[in-house]
Design a protein around this ligand. Structure first.
Ligand code: 15L
Length: 266
């Protein structure tokens, strides 16, 4: 059991899921957020923090032996936004972890957009080359590289989790391959924080989908067994969504529509 688990981005979608479901993992849950998260629950502490603010990040990280890093920018955006939360913010987080009186283990919410320009016909494992599909994807590649550096130099363990599409249900044909149910997300986080030795592995965050493009055999040592399968929703998706034409980006590349976006400006 952890002493103090920090959930960054506790005001966001996946951060809120973690807040409501990870109480069994730690004596105290510290919520890091920018926007209001309401009153603190029985074993909760709240720290409002902008990831771009180095001193605030140091204060937020101090004393935590686990961090679920869900904070930051979660879709494509202009460079200034990406830079502040996903480049400077992640650097601030790892520097804070290095300086902290307790060395934390980290769950880093990376993204499938780090490898989004691989085609959907390719099966990827942890050794696949990065092929980011936008500035957001580049920032996730940066976060993965920084985490690896802090593992090699300082022994800070991180699970680099390339999350597919974590929503209550898949929303379109592409997500039949990329969907990660909330139950499977939570069981993955639990595996990451309970295994005796983690290291710094790359994990594909997807449920047990028949349509998956990703192979997690390299990280079978985690003992994570996702249980949900997007096939349950195939009939509904077929009925409600028109499948993309074969040559549309959302049918060609793993990152889907992100691959077709330009560089966004302020
Ligand atoms: C992501 O990285 C985003 O955070 C999420 O909102 C989805 O767009 C997801 O990827 C996806 O690829 O479906």
């Amino acid at each position: 059991m952890l002493n103090k688990l920090l959930i960054t981005g506790a005001d966001g979608k996946l951060g809120s899921v973690c807040r409501s479901r990870l109480h069994g993992l730690a004596t105290t849950i510290r919520l890091g957020a920018r926007e209001d998260v309401g009153p603190a629950g029985a074993n909760e502490e709240i720290m409002y923090c902008d990831l771009g603010d180095k001193d605030a990040v140091e204060a937020m990280v101090e004393g935590c032996d686990g961090i679920v890093h869900m904070g930051g920018q979660s879709i494509e955006a202009p460079w200034e936004t990406i830079k502040q939360s996903n480049i400077d913010g992640v650097f601030n987080l790892y520097e804070a972890a290095r300086k902290s009186s307790v060395t934390p283990r980290i769950f880093f919410a990376s993204s499938n957009h780090a490898i989004g320009f691989h085609e959907q016909t390719t099966r990827l494992d942890a050794n696949a080359q990065v092929r980011p599909d936008g500035l957001y994807g580049v920032s996730k590649v940066f976060g993965e590289a920084l985490a690896r550096l802090y593992f090699e130099k300082f022994g800070i363990e991180t699970a680099l989790v390339r999350i597919g599409s974590s929503f209550p249900e898949p929303k379109n044909h592409r997500m039949l391959a990329t969907w990660l149910s909330y139950d499977d997300l939570i069981s993955l986080i639990e595996s990451v924080f309970t295994i005796p030795r983690l290291g710094c592995p790359i994990v594909y965050g997807a449920s047990n989908n028949d349509a998956s493009w990703w192979d997690n055999r390299e990280t079978s040592f985690l003992g994570w067994k996702p249980k949900d399968n997007s096939e349950t929703f195939r009939a509904r998706i077929d009925a409600e969504c028109t499948p993309p034409a074969k040559d549309e980006v959302s049918a060609v590349y793993q990152g889907g529509e992100f691959c077709g976006q330009g560089i966004l400006e302020e």
